[in-house]
Write a protein that binds this ligand. Structure first.
Ligand code: ARG
Ligand code: GLU
Length: 712
């Protein structure tokens, strides 16, 4: 019943055609509710072209890339495109000082030259079904929580088993709208995904951190992979005998002139949005949580950046790690700014007032929804510190010093030594650690780690353990010197030799190691005192959010409701559109290669170009890739996207590929909490630039020829 209500809300809202972006990340299997609105904005496709389970549809070309990004199939030989930053760690792992693919790019000349990537998956969605009533079958709202959960768990297990029966598919059931709805997602997971090509950083990461999250943009943020399957075209583990996957659908390429106002649609896997947080939680995020996390990352980055600048070896080792720390760091600064700019706390308070008034207008609503907001705000006031300690623990223990990763891995042996010995598994476990150590130390620099430890440890203590006095007495410096001069965790040879000679007495030795001992102290405190409180806070909040969101659906049926992003496949649509987020400033909707030269001339190393590239841009040989004599590099659109949408296809009115989504503008990043149609813009690299780079710069015209170019 709840689902029908959602759909009817969608239909009502679809009659109002906005001139701006359309908020919302829509579930593809419900897209028919939006068909008329999308068509009114120029789309020529039907809902069934976008999502169908009985016939092939665009859905079949959309790939969940490695679980975090999106990719799309562009040929009948399993060729896929995603962002450069999505394939970055794979490219990095194939790179060395001799074969510096980060710096120079890489292009496989033949299928045989394509590089395998252990652990990388490419997943196609087979079906997305509403299974709410089946999950809740026999669940009695008056029963105890444990009884209800057990019932639901049994239902879920049964449904998944049935869905997988007789197939090679995987299936999962995910809650939507805080458990007001459940959807089953059936998928096909390909496990042999090879690197075909990547442009150099000076294209794929052009603009680096200076331009990240910023418009105007000139980044060629793409890389190319290929899905391989067994001879039966089904997923198979890596094997030289595997063959290129033949897809159910692949995206034709839009080689058609574009202009501002053209319809756009983004199809991909947005990760997380939190549109329903209450005013006090937004206030906590803006004033406390984000500033503290930003500071932690600022400290790590100060160490990493300066070391990367002074050594090529450190640059290669740390480029992927640096990119990931810096990316969220800069986004958060944008979010805080955007939420303040929008007066988000005040906007939320106004909404909460209206919600309460509505709830009080009917006795049954009053009873169900009358107290919810108040309880949520109170919960934040009394317990947001539980969240704060958790987030800081994550920054310190999991994003901070890398030596902690080894300590955590060793702790498994420490805790389970007797068990592993008894089951004869000890040697295998140690071997895994020894192998992991090779990989770990390949990308490790002890001085960088030491610098990070010293700064983060002091900041973590200051933020979570109270007074300045403790902080001063704690002396991060002496602890740092002790650990980084004595611990065997920070030295490859002593670490591996410790593992190779492991015996019962090693356990004692382990506890005496200052690095392990310090990690153990902090990690146990985190596990025992921080995590449980954080979980409880979240559990209580999610229960309240479930009621709050239900109230929105029930009491405000005329509003457009959409389920927060949760890493599942979604459709969002809008237009090619520029923006004017700051007074006195207007951004055009596209950029060209002229901007690359202008940025290069600024002298900022983030805009460095390889000599050959500079020549090529200056020569301006754009051929059929150009529009009115210029080559579009990027364009911006009014599509509601978030992290995870990276690599998502941006489709035109015909369902042809116009470009790859790779970012949002800084002024948009608050859309994870509050969307503003007048300023939220996604950033896209134009497919014509991508193909030009393949053809003219990379000598990979054969890949362009593998695709299907649509000229009208
Ligand atoms: N901001 C984009 C996204 O969140 C792109 C990140 C990669 N680019 C970079 N310069 N680090 O993930
Ligand atoms: N670059 C982001 C990603 O990796 C997308 C940008 C965004 O957050 O919108 O998914």
């Amino acid at each position: 019943m709840f689902k029908n209500l959602i759909v009817s809300c969608f239909i009502i809202s679809s009659f109002s055609i906005s001139t701006f972006a359309e908020e919302g990340m829509l579930i593809p299997s419900l897209i028919s509710a939006f068909e008329s609105n999308m068509q009114a904005m120029g789309m020529k496709l039907s809902a069934k072209d976008i999502y169908d389970v009985n016939h092939s549809s665009i859905k079949d070309a959309i790939i969940h890339f490695g679980g975090g990004c999106t990719a799309e199939i562009v040929s009948n030989q399993g060729l896929i495109l995603t962002n450069h930053h999505c394939g970055y760690s794979q490219v990095q792992s194939h790179s060395s000082l001799e074969n510096d693919y980060l710096k120079n790019g890489f292009w496989a000349k033949t299928f045989k030259d394509e590089l395998k990537n252990a652990g990388l998956t490419a997943t196609r969605m087979v079906r997305i079904d509403d299974v709410t009533s089946k999950v809740l079958l026999g669940v009695n709202s008056t029963d105890k929580e444990e009884v209800r959960f057990a019932m639901m768990k049994a239902n879920i297990e049964k449904l998944i088993k049935e869905a997988k029966e007789g197939t090679h598919f995987e299936a999962e059931i995910k809650p939507f709208n805080y458990g007001n709805d459940y959807y089953m997602i059936v998928k096909e997971v390909f496990k042999d995904v090879r690197l075909v090509g990547t442009p150099p950083n000076s294209i794929g990461k052009f603009g680096g951190d200076t331009d990240n999250w910023v418009w105007p943009r000139h980044t060629g943020d793409f890389s190319v992979f290929r899905i391989y399957a067994g001879k039966d075209n089904k997923p198979a583990d890596y094997s030289v005998d595997n063959v290129p996957y033949v897809p159910l659908h692949f995206l034709p390429i839009s080689f058609i002139d574009r202009k501002e106002g053209d319809f756009t649609m983004v199809y991909g896997f947005p990760g997380t949005t939190e549109q329903h947080l209450v005013s006090s939680q937004i206030k906590y995020i803006v004033e406390k949580e984000r500033p503290a996390r930003i500071l932690m990352r600022e400290k790590s980055l100060s160490v990493i950046n300066s070391s990367m600048r002074s050594s090529d070896e450190v640059r290669i080792k740390y480029s992927a790690k640096q990119a990931s720390i810096a990316n969220a760091y800069k986004k958060w600064i944008g979010q805080v700014g955007g939420l303040k700019e929008l007066g988000a706390v005040e906007v939320k308070k106004q909404y909460e007032k209206a919600y309460l008034e509505k709830a009080l207008s009917k006795p049954e609503w009053k009873e169900k929804y009358g107290m919810t907001i108040d309880l949520m705000n109170k919960l934040v006031e009394s317990n947001s510190n539980d969240d704060f300690k958790y987030q800081m623990g994550i920054e310190y223990l999991y994003v901070g010093p890398e030596m902690f990763d080894l300590a955590e891995a060793l702790n498994d042996i420490y805790m389970n030594y007797d068990k592993y010995l008894e089951k004869n598994e000890l040697q295998a476990k140690l071997d895994i650690l020894i192998k992991g150590a090779e990989y770990f130390f390949k990308n490790y620099d002890v001085n960088v780690d030491k610098g990070i430890f010293e700064l983060l440890n002091a900041e973590y203590v200051r933020q979570t353990k109270g007074t300045e006095e403790i902080y001063v007495n704690y002396s991060s410096k002496s602890l740092t010197n002790l650990i980084y001069s004595k611990s065997f965790l920070v030295n490859k040879d002593s670490y591996i030799s410790f593992l190779k000679n492991f015996k019962k007495s090693s356990l004692k030795k382990l506890l005496k190691d200052p690095g392990f001992a310090h990690w153990k102290l902090e990690a146990s405190n985190f596990e025992l005192n921080v995590v449980p409180n954080y979980r409880l806070f979240n559990k209580k909040m999610n229960e309240l959010l479930k009621i709050y969101v239900e109230g929105k659906f029930i009491m405000f049926p005329e509003e457009k409701h959409w389920a927060d992003a949760n890493g599942t496949l979604r459709v969002t649509y809008g237009k090619i559109e520029g923006s004017a987020p700051t007074d006195g400033m207007k951004y055009t909707e596209h950029t060209t290669t002229d901007g690359i030269i202008q940025k290069f001339n600024s002298g900022n190393p983030d805009f460095d170009l390889l000599p050959g590239l500079l020549e090529l841009y200056k020569k301006g040989d754009f051929g059929e890739y150009a529009q009115d004599g210029e080559l579009w590099v990027c364009f911006s659109g009014s599509n509601h996207t978030t992290g995870g949408n990276s690599g998502s296809p941006v489709l035109d009115k015909n369902g042809y590929l116009m470009g790859l989504n790779f970012d949002r503008t800084w002024e948009s990043t608050m859309s994870d909490y509050m969307f503003d149609p007048s300023r939220c813009r996604n950033v896209v690299v134009d497919i014509r630039y991508v193909l030009w780079v393949m053809d003219k710069y990379s000598g990979a015209k054969h890949l362009v020829d593998e695709m299907k170019l649509m000229k009208d």
